[in-house]
Design a binder for this molecule. Structure first.
Ligand code: BT5
Length: 245
């Protein structure tokens, strides 16, 4: 409880030196009936991104998963993912890092010829259409990790501005996430403010095919609007690439 207060929000906090994946641990806790729990690990041996991709998880990074049971329909889940990206972008900015968000939830640091990835968010959930049973929002932030210990396309707070107090950064993320998700209407305006994708030419690989055009807006709960040669297309999930720096 003392730790939960130090983190500034009302969550049970479980710290681990090492886990395969904090998301996997949070899912297990969900199956046991837990809620409002923050699972943190100093490193992960099987960190995962979307579509079962690997998430490099060396010591020095932040690996955290929030288990919550909000009283919302499953269709609202993307708003939680966007809220997590906003929370990390804000915390990174207060650490002096010039962070923005690529749709839907990559926190990037722009460079002259593109951008490098600072954080990724993986949301998993279970439930019925009319109400989620649980949501696990997994957040990986490259905090005090050297660039050479990360994929080529990544960066870290350490590389951008120097070492950061991980617990303080995580506390800021969790507080901001709790604030934003207390009123889901607050999520999209905050997301738009930090978006790197809006106004850009994008190519989005979706389960239904490739969508190419100009990203013009994001709509609740997190749908990207792409103006294509054939008119606007609304994309709810996919991998987005910015076509020009
Ligand atoms: C993500 O997936 O960006 C979601 C990552 C979520 C990780 C957290 S850590 C805590 C919790 N526990 C877990 O097991 N997962 C969550 P995606 O958009 O699919 O991006 C994955 C891609 O990012 C990989 O294919 C690499 O190209 C790249 N990548 C891998 N590790 C990275 C890192 N540490 N920093 C930046 N990019 C990385």
């Amino acid at each position: 409880a003392a730790v939960a207060h130090a983190l500034g929000a009302d969550y049970d906090v479980a710290f681990h030196d090492e886990l395969p994946s904090t998301n996997a641990r949070a899912r297990d806790l969900a199956a046991e009936g837990a809620t409002d729990t923050l699972v943190v690990a100093a490193r992960q041996t099987g960190g995962r991104g979307r579509l079962d991709r690997e998430w490099a998880s060396p010591e020095g990074g932040i690996y955290a998963s929030l288990l919550v049971r909000p009283d919302v329909p499953a269709t609202h889940a993307p708003a939680y993912t966007l809220a997590a990206a906003v929370a990390v972008a804000d915390a990174a900015r207060s650490a002096g890092v010039d962070a923005g968000i690529k749709w839907p939830n990559d926190v990037l640091v722009p460079t002259d010829d593109g951008a490098r990835k600072l954080c990724g968010v993986l949301t998993e959930m279970e439930g019925e259409a009319d109400r989620v049973s649980w949501l696990v929002v997994g957040i990986g932030v490259n905090a005090n990790v050297a660039r050479e210990d990360l994929p080529e396309t990544a960066t870290s707070v350490l590389a951008e501005t120097g070492p950061v107090e991980r617990r303080a950064l995580l506390a800021e993320v969790v507080d901001r996430f709790a604030d934003l998700t207390a009123d889901l209407d607050a999520v999209l305006p905050a997301w738009r403010d930090r978006a790197l994708t809006l106004g850009r030419e994008v190519r989005v690989e979706t389960p239904g095919g490739t969508v190419e055009g100009t990203a013009t807006d994001v709509e609740f709960p997190g749908t990207l609007v792409v103006e294509t040669a054939d008119g606007p297309v609304r994309v709810t999930a996919g991998d987005c690439e910015h076509l020009r720096p």
